[in-house]
Design a binder for this molecule. Structure first.
Ligand SMILES: [Zn+2]
Length: 160
């Protein structure tokens, strides 16, 4: 029996559903072949983790039980995440959409604010109450001025 044969028969071997002569053949190969022994160990360990192997009693329904377990696992995963499991891109899209809306709304508000509120009275008030120094960039921005100190066209009607 070569390695390929043995690896193919490992599931049946480990679940004790292999015929007697083949079982002997696989066992003999595993005694000699380190790689297949490792393969067998890994397979058996992963089955242990899934709770598939009952070490004492061989089961004739092993294959059926195996696929039933797999199906159960899949159902659990699906139930856990439901809608988003079928459409995994939805949360990301929703996130981007929210950020986009916030960005647009925020930007629009900023612009509206900049052009609507800077009446001479408010500028005077702002200078009085603002924590920022007279010609800081924050004040300039709040008053809708350009850094040269002249008011934009929208307020004074003069060209820049
Ligand atoms: Zn081998």
């Amino acid at each position: 029996m070569n390695c390929k044969n043995v690896v193919q028969k490992l599931p049946d071997y480990l679940s004790h559903t292999l015929g007697e002569p083949e079982t002997v053949g696989v066992r003999a190969h595993l005694d000699l072949c380190l790689e297949c022994r490792e393969e067998s160990r890994l397979l058996s360990a992963s089955w242990d983790m899934l709770g598939l192997l009952e070490p004492v009693q061989p089961s004739a329904y092993f294959h059926a039980r195996f696929w039933e377990k797999v199906r159960q696992q899949e159902n659990v995963v699906l139930e856990r995440t439901g809608f988003f499991a079928k459409f995994p891109f939805v949360p990301a899209l929703a996130g981007f959409f929210v950020l986009w809306v916030l960005g647009v709304a925020g930007g629009a508000r900023l612009f509206a604010h900049r052009h609507e509120t800077a009446t001479p009275m408010e500028i005077a008030l702002n200078r009085f109450t603002s924590p920022y120094p007279q010609n800081s960039i924050e004040i300039i921005f709040q008053e809708g001025r350009t850094p040269t100190g002249r008011m934009p066209v929208t307020h004074q009607g003069e060209s820049l």
